[in-house]
Design a protein around this ligand. Structure first.
Ligand SMILES: [Zn+2]
Length: 245
């Protein structure tokens, strides 16, 4: 049966001289892997080889079990033009797709996450520096954690339940506990990173992200990368470009 969706290409692998295997994140279909037959032929049915971050309406066969879908139509639109000319944005986009690909499962729809992802790709193209990128990337990563059902506890100590406020002094984030840990409780837990109260304020209420300085945003991103590293059992491959750019 043929299905229609709107989707963003999040991975391409050459399959043969003329075809590609493409991973899409679809609004209603979730993550799908499809073979794009003839995509690399001079007269490609998709207007040329399928490119990373291309967006548009797709038509594909529903896959059964482990089998790939077959892509029958894809009208590629390059709506995230800002990405290509902006190294900060491109590095952030590669990390976003790596995390999206790793943390979602095939054919599991997340329409809200799709919308957040598209908005992130659009907005990050406008980021003029690393702080601008991180201010967009951090909320997307938190949306991703929320959508896959592992949103961390960011408004109180996960151990003693004390609400976070500016008087905490020292703040820790523990990946295995999935949340903040206060100074009184931190000694009992090995797996944690220390974050500044400023970072905790941003995590507690994301509206502070827009006015946060680069140092604070970088610290939050580092804590999130530590968290994703624990979740995935390895560091995201593309994280180093975001942390060092
Ligand atoms: Zn505590």
């Amino acid at each position: 049966m043929l299905k229609k969706d709107e989707a963003v290409c999040i991975r391409t692998v050459d399959y043969s001289e003329t075809s590609q295997i493409v991973t899409f994140f679809g609004r209603m279909a979730g993550k799908i892997r499809a073979i794009a037959k003839g995509s690399k032929r001079p007269k490609s049915p998709f207007g040329g080889p399928i490119e990373m971050f291309s967006y548009g309406p797709i038509v594909f066969t529903e896959s059964r079990g482990q089998r790939l879908s077959v892509l029958t139509e894809f009208e590629q639109r390059n709506i995230f033009g800002g990405l290509r000319s902006n190294l900060f944005a491109l590095n952030g986009a590669y990390l976003a797709v790596e995390l999206l690909g790793s943390l979602t499962t095939d054919s599991d729809p997340h329409p809200q996450l799709f919308d957040s992802f598209v908005q992130f790709l659009q907005n990050s193209g406008q980021a003029s520096d690393r702080a601008g990128l991180l201010a967009r990337l951090v909320p997307f990563q938190l949306d991703l954690l929320r959508e896959v059902g592992t949103f961390p506890v960011l408004d109180h100590c996960i151990n003693c339940k004390r609400a976070f406020n500016n008087e905490w002094g020292e703040v820790y984030f523990s990946s295995s506990l999935n949340g903040l840990v206060c100074r009184d409780c931190e000694a009992s837990f090995v797996d944690k990173v220390k974050i500044s109260p400023k970072s905790a304020v941003c995590l507690n209420d994301l509206k502070h992200i827009d006015s946060a300085d680069e140092k604070t945003l970088a610290e939050i991103e580092k804590a999130l990368i530590y968290h994703f590293t624990e979740i995935l059992n390895h560091p995201p491959r593309t994280a180093k470009y975001v942390l060092s750019s």
